[in-house]
Design a protein around this ligand. Structure first.
Ligand code: NAD
Length: 433
């Protein structure tokens, strides 16, 4: 089996997963970050993020010596054959992707890249960015390849090791074959195309999934208006293989670190290319409406004179199985209800009460974090589920009926079987049913 030396530049959700999985596949991996504290804790085997199975792979890599963590991109790249850029590409003020992290990382490694090595861009970048990286590198002896990442947080390790596809975009066929060989132990179709098409595949995939979610949320709104049950509607739709069941789940709106920024970036890419992608504007607008609608359901469920009573919010992360709070739909909804003057006590299994990340990310969000769902629910007028953590399906409704000072449940994820809370006297409101 081919064993390659791989440098990972940027050890976040994507970089750490990529590095740990490549080392698990037998490659020699060095992961770099600029965050010294993160490098120190990773070197000690402490995982800074919640991601199923990642701790085991990092532990395995550290023990075998196939996985190391260092500070600084150049330190990782100086002896590697492949250099994976996994740095952030956040949204800039005009909606386009900010390439400054990518350009900085490329500039940092340019002088140390061994002759004949391959720089692989795994960050999600606008069409044409492979050329931008090549320009910053300014190395004719180094190939630049696009290899977008499709992993989902919460199932990142599984998604990396069992992907639906591996996409490689390269003008240099030999470099594409070398990158494809890194995945030789993975059973998945490998598609080689040009860099611009690879970059477009990534954005088009995320924008399509976001569109599917906006569509199902719009259908859920229609179901509420006509008295249909969205759960049955999506089941009936999903049997059609052309539609499929995945991602036909209504919720409080979609979010996370990728969909909002990538959908906006694709609209911007289209605009720059002379095409007005109105469709995506509508996808984004439907999503804003969904945040508003969910917040309004909570406000409607509160007594007209709250008298200090609060909303108990279960779930803060953008989805279950991760601690990622970036662009979380739950936060969008809670920002709206707190702005309307309502008090919120929240619980999330991945956000501890002393967790200062939430207040660092959302300094204006005035909510109280509790250590368990019942502490949040005590004396609450309304209980809402905003993230689909499995543990919320096992709530003790007898206990909730005793400790709450109200009987309204707003299930923003359709997580519960409505008959269970209703049997205990709760008014249950889901999404589209
Ligand atoms: P992240 O913020 O979790 O991690 C990025 C890391 O890069 C941070 O630890 C940061 O300190 C580090 N970094 C920044 N500049 C650096 C430099 N010059 N040298 C070394 N380290 C540096 O980001 P992420 O969620 O892993 O996303 C990375 C990219 O992958 C983005 O383009 C994103 O759109 C894309 N992506 C993300 C996901 C996801 O689910 N998170 C999925 C697919 C693609």
């Amino acid at each position: 089996m081919l064993v390659a030396s791989i440098a990972i530049i940027g050890t976040g959700y994507v970089g750490l997963t990529t590095g740990a999985c490549f080392s698990h596949l037998g490659h020699d991996v060095v992961c770099a970050d600029i965050d010294e504290a993160k490098v120190a804790s990773l070197s000690a085997g402490e995982i800074p993020i919640v991601e199923k199975g990642l701790d085991r792979l990092v532990d395995e890599g550290l023990r075998s010596g196939k996985l190391r963590f260092v500070v600084g991109a150049a330190e990782a790249s100086k002896d590697a054959e492949f250099h994976y850029l996994c740095v952030p590409t956040p949204q800039s003020a005009d909606g386009s992707a900010d390439l400054s992290y990518l350009e900085t990382a490329a500039a940092q490694i340019s002088g140390v890249l061994p002759h004949g090595s391959v720089v692989v861009n795994k960050s999600t970048v606008p069409v044409g960015s492979t050329r931008v990286v090549a320009k910053v590198l300014d190395r004719t002896d180094v190939a630049v390849v696009s290899n977008p990442e499709f992993l989902r947080e919460g199932t990142a390790v599984n998604d990396f090791l069992q992907p639906d596809r591996v996409v490689i975009g390269s003008q240099d066929q030999e470099a594409a074959i070398r990158v494809a060989a890194l995945y030789s132990r993975i059973a998945a179709p490998v598609m080689v195309t040009d860099p611009v098409s690879a970059e477009t595949i990534k954005y088009a995939s995320n924008a399509f999934l976001a569109s599917k979610l906006s569509f199902v949320n719009a259908i859920a709104t229609l179901c509420e208006a006509v008295g249909a049950d969205v759960s049955d509607v999506v089941l009936g739709m999903g049997y059609d293989r052309r539609i499929g069941r995945e991602f036909l789940r209504p919720g409080p709106g979609w979010g996370g670190s990728c969909f909002p920024k990538d959908t906006k970036a694709l609209a911007r890419i289209a605009e720059d290319a002379g095409y007005n992608f109105h469709f995506l504007d509508e996808v984004l607008r439907v999503n804003e409406d969904q945040f508003d609608r969910t917040a309004q359901k909570l406000i409607d469920a509160m007594p007209s004179e709250p008298d200090g009573k609060h909303i108990a919010a279960l779930g803060l992360t953008f989805k279950a199985g991760t601690d990622d709070l970036r662009d979380s739909p739950s936060i969008e909804v809670l920002q709206r209800v707190t702005a309307a003057g309502f008090k919120v006590k929240a619980y999330d299994p991945a956000v501890t009460p002393d967790h200062n990340r939430l207040s660092e990310m959302y300094p204006d969000l005035d909510i109280e974090i509790m250590s368990d769902p019942y502490a949040a629910a005590e004396n609450a007028a309304v209980l809402t589920i905003l993230t689909e953590w499995d543990e919320f399906t096992w709530l003790d409704f007898d206990k909730l009926a005793e400790i709450m000072d109200g009987n309204n449940i707003v299930d923003g994820r359709n997580l519960l079987d409505p008959t269970i809370p209703r049997r205990r006297g709760f008014n249950y409101r889901g999404v589209g049913r």
